[in-house]
Structures are given as structure tokens and as C-alpha cells.
Write a protein that binds this ligand. Structure first.
Ligand SMILES: C[S@@+](CC[C@H](N)C(=O)[O-])C[C@H]1O[C@@H](n2cnc3c(N)ncnc32)[C@H](O)[C@@H]1O
Length: 451
């Protein structure tokens, strides 16, 4: 392995300060190396498998950092994940052979800091060289790291290439499913940090809340908040006047059109945004999920908002309750590739085999959901995935297996659905560029059971 102007340890000047042990100085100021190490651990875990990032946040080194260092580690990890594909594309021509994984991670971090964060170039290089010096496995490569990063910085900024921002296999799928133009627009959104959307508990409160929160009211009634920072400090949080929910995620529950006196079952309910929407209509809601830990989050938000629902911990397929419901929502577990704006790790942790496995789970859950729909009742299936096997493929399979259900087309604009998001069959296929400022990718279809 080599760079264009260096090999291993024998090139550019060593920027390593005398003492490599990271920690705090006498005034207790952190040198930031611990945060950077934790950020690298988060990104490695995110690349390893689906959910790896969330798991890594619950353990050392991240979980042992002080709060302010955690915020820095998280920000570094998210910036790197948003830029990973582009960073790798820039690094590739400077490395004749791939370096060991820990060296590659240091190079990536240095690039992300120098190019996409406010870190001065010399500090970005200095910190990663110090990290390299501190570990036996990476120490021999600090010259290479130094030289490669200095080379990149010397060559100056480069224009973003949206295609490079997504893993190649994901971009190829998006291009095959939605065309090259849409795939490029979707990939461009990976680099952008999204605004926070919230759902008002009472739709009549939307305008008032918008003024207090500095937000715009979106079609459908979600609010797009221009504030940043801790949502718990925003007006109306403690009074339970709203909850955080992406504008696209808020569409499917509206498509059920439930109201006071009706019964509604949310079969994969936690952490609860859609169950809260159903409860806010006055419907009698049963919120079921197999995860007690996630259901605790739902219970907390029910308490904060003063809404009520019956909360059930069970697997949907095994729930030993004979009731049927006027309306059933299945927001199935999925690859979640549509949530990449908030969770860029989903693009890197998901592997091609995951999608087929998840599609099998979704088909089983759809059959379980069908059994819960009363005659004449409605079923909405949705996933926050951009992969057709988890969306259109499921809807088609369900239609063949369940002739007792009739697809009820969704109208453009219904529930806030952007007109571009409704396909020729009346199914919802939201792509992240369908609304200015972006929204999550989603699929939804609605059926009515024969009376
Ligand atoms: C996409 S999330 C649901 C998000 C939720 N509807 C919301 O709006 O906040 C999928 C949920 O399905 C749950 N789940 C996965 N398999 C399940 C099963 N077999 N039965 C019930 N819940 C399941 C997971 O625990 C997870 O909370």
C-alpha cells in the first residue's frame, strides 16, 4: 500500500506531539482523542451489521464518555457515515492497496473532519496521526496517514458525487427501481442533515404550535421545525402537544381514516408515533409490539401526551386474542433504508441478504394482520424501506394470497401524500426528494376486507 507521495512510516514529517497518551490536561479539558476513538468504534459497528451503531452506543467506549464527549463522538460518526462513500472514492486513487482496516478508518476520519467539519486541516491531520501513534497496529502507518491526508488537503475541495455517497449495490437497486435521475436525487440527500418534523396531538393546534416552534406546516399537518438542539426544551414538549415523527412516517396512519368509537390495532407499534396518531383521533387503540423495551417508550409518550391505548407485548403472529378490528396498521420491521437521512448507518449495515430475509418476515406479518381485520374493515401496510421487495412486492403477494381483500387506492394528496408519491395502482411510494427539504422513503398500501 502507498499514497501518491508516501509509503508507510518513512515519508512526511511526523506531526505527533511528544506524549501520545490521550486524556485530559491539568485543567480537565479533553483532548478529543477519546471521542474520536469512540466515533471510530461506532462507525466500525455500523459497517459490520444492521443495528450495529445502536448497539455500540450502549457499550464502551461510547457509553463511558462524558456527555459532551458523547455528543462530539456521535457527530463525528454521523458525519463520517454521511460522507463515507465520497471519502472512500477520494482515498482510493491515493492507496495502491487497501490498508489494514484500522488504518483505513483513521484515514476516513481525518478526511471527514478536514473536508466536512469545522476542524482546521492541521488539527484534523494531527489528531488522527496521534491516534495512529497510540496503537501498535497503526503506529507503522502514521507516515502514510499523514502524507495521504496532507495530499488530499493540498489538492483542495472536490465537488460532491452523489452516486458515490451510497453503497454501490444500493445505488444500483435504486437506479433499477426508480431510474437514474431519482437515484441521484435520493443519494444526494445522504449528505444532508434533515430538519426535525413533529406531529401535533391536536391538528387544530398546528398553526399555533408552528409559531411557537418556528416551524412550517406541511401538507397533511406535520410541522417542520427550524430550531435545533434538545427537543425536550422546545415549547409544548412537556405539555405533550406534539411528538417527533418524520413527515412521511405520519402519512400511513392517516390513511386508515379512523375516528371516535372505532377500534384500531397497531401490530408493530413501538416506539409509537403511528399509534399516537391513531389514539389522537379518538379511536380505541390497541398497540402491540414484541419488544417490551420499545413499548416502554410508547407508554412514556402516551403519558406525556395524555393519550390512551391498550399496550400489549406479544409477537403479532402469536397473540392469543380473538378480537378483530375496524382498522389494522402493520408498520412492519424492514431494512429501513428510507430513513437514511436520519440514520445513514442503515445504508452501510444492511447487506443484500437482509432484504430477502425481511421480506419473508413481512409476508408472515401481513397474513397475521389480515386475520385481525373485521369484515368491511381497513388494513394499511407500510415500511420505511426503499426496496421494492419490501413494498410493492409485498403488496402484490398479499393481493394474490388474500382475495378477500380489495386494494383501496390512495388519492394524491391524501394524508399529506405528495402527488408524485402515489403510483398508478394507488399505492404510496414516497422517495426522499418528493418534498422540498426531503422526507423519509416510505411505502404504503391500503385494502378493505369484504363485508
Ligand atoms: C418499523 S418499527 C415500528 C414503528 C412504529 N410503528 C412507530 O410508528 O413508531 C417495527 C416494530 O416491529 C416490532 N416487531 C418486529 N417483529 C414483530 C413481531 N413478530 N410481532 C410484533 N412486533 C414485531 C419491532 O419490535 C419494532 O418495534
Amino acid at each position: 500500500m502507498t499514497s501518491d507521495d508516501a509509503t508507510r512510516d518513512d515519508a512526511a514529517p511526523d506531526t505527533t506531539p511528544g506524549d501520545d497518551a490521550p486524556g485530559e490536561d491539568k485543567a480537565g479539558r479533553s483532548d478529543g482523542l477519546a471521542s474520536r476513538r469512540a466515533a471510530l468504534d461506532l462507525v466500525s459497528a455500523a459497517l459490520d451489521h444492521r443495528g450495529g451503531l445502536d448497539e455500540a452506543m450502549t457499550r464502551a467506549p461510547f457509553a463511558e464518555l462524558e456527555l459532551r464527549d458523547r455528543a462530539l463522538a456521535r457527530m463525528l460518526a454521523m458525519t463520517l457515515l454521511r460522507r463515507l462513500g465520497g471519502v472512500d472514492k477520494l482515498l482510493q486513487p491515493r492507496l495502491r492497496t487497501p490498508p489494514p482496516a484500522p488504518v483505513m478508518m483513521l484515514l476516513r476520519l481525518g478526511m471527514a473532519q478536514a473536508l466536512y467539519m469545522d476542524t482546521p486541516a492541521f488539527a484534523a491531520v494531527d489528531t488522527v496521526v496521534r491516534l495512529a501513534q497510540a496503537e501498535e497496529a497503526t503506529r507503522p502507518f502514521k507516515g502514510l496517514i499523514n502524507a495521504v491526508l496532507r495530499g488530499v488537503l493540498r489538492d483542495g475541495p472536490v465537488a460532491d458525487d452523489p452516486e458515490a455517497l451510497a453503497p454501490g449495490w444500493i445505488f444500483a437497486r435504486w437506479r433499477a427501481a426508480y431510474g437514474a435521475e431519482a437515484a441521484l436525487a435520493m443519494a444526494a440527500a445522504i449528505a444532508l442533515e434533515p430538519a426535525t418534523d413533529v406531529t401535533p396531538r391536536d391538528p387544530a393546534d398546528a398553526q399555533g404550535l408552528a409559531a411557537e416552534l418556528e416551524a412550517d406546516v406541511l401538507p397533511g399537518g406535520s410541522l417542520r421545525v427550524r430550531r435545533k438542539g434538545d427537543v425536550a426544551e422546545w415549547p409544548g414538549f412537556f405539555e405533550g402537544r406534539w411528538w417527533v415523527q418524520d413527515a412521511a412516517a405520519a402519512i400511513p396512519a392517516r390513511l386508515l381514516n379512523v375516528g371516535p368509537g372505532q377500534t384500531a390495532l397497531d401490530l408493530c407499534a413501538a416506539p409509537g408515533g403511528k399509534a399516537l396518531q391513531l389514539a389522537a383521533t379518538g379511536a380505541r387503540v390497541t398497540a402491540l409490539d414484541r419488544s417490551p423495551a420499545r413499548l416502554r417508550l410508547l407508554s412514556q409518550t402516551l403519558e406525556r401526551t395524555g393519550l390512551s391505548a391498550e399496550v400489549v407485548a406479544s409477537q403479532a403472529e402469536r397473540w392469543s386474542d380473538a378480537r378483530v378490528f375496524d382498522a389494522v396498521l402493520l408498520d412492519a420491521p424492514c431494512s429501513a433504508t428510507g430513513t437514511f437521512r436520519r440514520h445513514p448507518d442503515v445504508l452501510w449495515g444492511t447487506k443484500p441478504g437482509d432484504i430477502a430475509k425481511l421480506a419473508g418476515v413481512q409476508a408472515r406479518l401481513l397474513d397475521a394482520a389480515a386475520a385481525r381485520v373485521a369484515p368491511g374493515g381497513r388494513l394499511v401496510y407500510c415500511v420505511c424501506s426503499l426496496e421494492p421487495e419490501e413494498g410493492e412486492g409485498q403488496a402484490e403477494g398479499f393481493g394474490l394470497r388474500h382475495p378477500e381483500f380489495r386494494l383501496e387506492p390512495i388519492a394524491p394528496g391524501e394524508g399529506g401524500a405528495p402527488a408524485a408519491s402515489v403510483d398508478a395502482n394507488g399505492r404510496l411510494r414516497v422517495l426522499p426528494h418528493h418534498l422540498e427539504g426531503g422526507l423519509d422513503g416510505f411505502f404504503a398500501a391500503r385494502w378493505v376486507r369484504a363485508g
